[in-house]
Design a protein around this ligand. Structure first.
Ligand code: UT7
Length: 325
């Protein structure tokens, strides 16, 4: 049986030039390099320049992914941008990216699932492609979390950074087995009863301001390990695969200890886990595509490899996707 598959043809990333190291942050707020490194694995983060917006980061990552894929903006008929830090309240930042890419075709919109955003966007694009409603999709995760941080709050401001990553998906054909290249399965979840454990205390309808990120760190940590492990197991069960069959695990990068906790829980060899948190910190929806780009660039992820992405974030939202590269 022939089935449509969404095949990854390109990957790209962009990080703002300015690097903020832990040592420098320790001069701004009551923290230390030792605390941040031991508790999170983070050593530095990138910070967008004044006048550099989420759409700029997203456009740069999208251009890199298109160049990798050998595709032109005119080939793209779907742009999905995962972000919780849009340029403006509206229009969607995806449409701004569409315009910055010079596209006059296709459809663009944003997906808002915070740190799970890339997995949600990947699943949505895959469904569009498999339904025959798109042939070439740009799936982007881009964030400027530096703009919504309370820089006086040491329990949150040390954790996040800015950045963007993108993949190009093209419609392909497979025989419907796990030997196919492309997205093999995706699984999305949310449970809104946890919406106030990780949130931004402002918005157009409430305070009419942007607000700052607030988090009950310990609770989010616990749910992060549990939910990313559960989503990973779900993808394995759906495809009849075992942990050992997976070549690369690319989790959302929130805290090194969350990633290690998940790996321990599932018996995953940590050498198969792509970790970029030390250089990028938590870039929310951008963290997985940034990590994918890193591991493709350094030739860990190769064509034919089985790559499992998993994430958990505000909402709570969580999910996973399995891709044969
Ligand atoms: O993408 C999803 C979103 N976010 C996450 O997944 C993050 C989830 N949570 C976490 O990563 C961790 O809970 C944190 C990194 C936020 C905190 O680590 P923790 O090991 O859970 O620390 P804690 O909150 O239990 O705090 C331990 C101590 C506290 O001091 P006392 O009360 O023991 O005296 C904090 O006040 O560490 C203190 N502390 C800090 N000290 C130095 C908290 N933040 C800092 C800091 N520097 N930046």
């Amino acid at each position: 049986m022939t089935v449509r598959r969404s095949v990854v043809c390109g990957v790209g990333a962009y990080l703002p030039e300015r690097v903020l190291a832990n040592e420098e942050l320790a001069q701004m707020v009551d923290t230390s390099d030792a605390w941040i490194t031991e508790r999170t694995g983070i050593r530095q983060r990138h910070i967008a320049a004044e006048g550099e917006y989420t759409s700029d980061l997203a456009t740069a990552a999208a251009r890199a992914a298109l160049a990798y894929a050998g595709a032109l903006p005119a080939d793209v008929d779907l742009v999905i941008l995962a972000t919780a830090t849009p340029d403006d309240t509206f229009p969607s930042t995806g449409t701004i990216v569409q315009s910055k890419l010079g596209m006059t075709n296709g459809v663009a919109f944003d997906i808002h699932a915070v740190c799970s955003g890339f997995v949600f966007a990947l699943a949505t694009a895959d469904n569009f492609i498999r339904a025959g409603q798109a042939r070439c999709a740009l799936v982007i995760g881009a964030e400027t979390f530096s703009r919504i941080l309370d820089w006086q709050d040491r329990t949150t401001c040390v954790l996040f950074g800015d950045g963007a990553g993108a993949v190009v998906l093209r419609a392909g054909e497979g025989d419907g087995t796990i030997a196919d290249r492309g997205v093999l399965t995706t699984h999305l979840h949310s449970d809104g009863k946890f919406h106030d454990m990780l949130y931004v205390d402002g918005g157009p309808s409430t305070t009419k301001t942007v607000g700052h990120l607030r988090m009950q760190g310990r609770e989010v940590f616990r749910h992060g390990v549990e939910k990313m492990a559960a989503a990973t197991e779900e993808a394995l069960a759906a495809t009849g695969l075992a942990v050992l069959d997976i070549d690369w695990f690319v989790p959302h990068q929130a805290n090194r200890r969350i990633i290690d906790g998940m790996a321990r829980k599932l018996g995953i060899d940590t050498n198969k886990v792509v970790v970029t948190i030390e250089r990028h910190a938590n870039t929310s929806a951008a963290s997985i595509p940034l990590a994918l780009e890193t591991a493709v660039h350094d030739q860990r992820i190769k064509t034919g490899d089985l790559v499992l992405v998993e994430a958990m974030g505000g909402g709570f939202t969580w999910g996973s996707g399995l891709v044969r590269w």
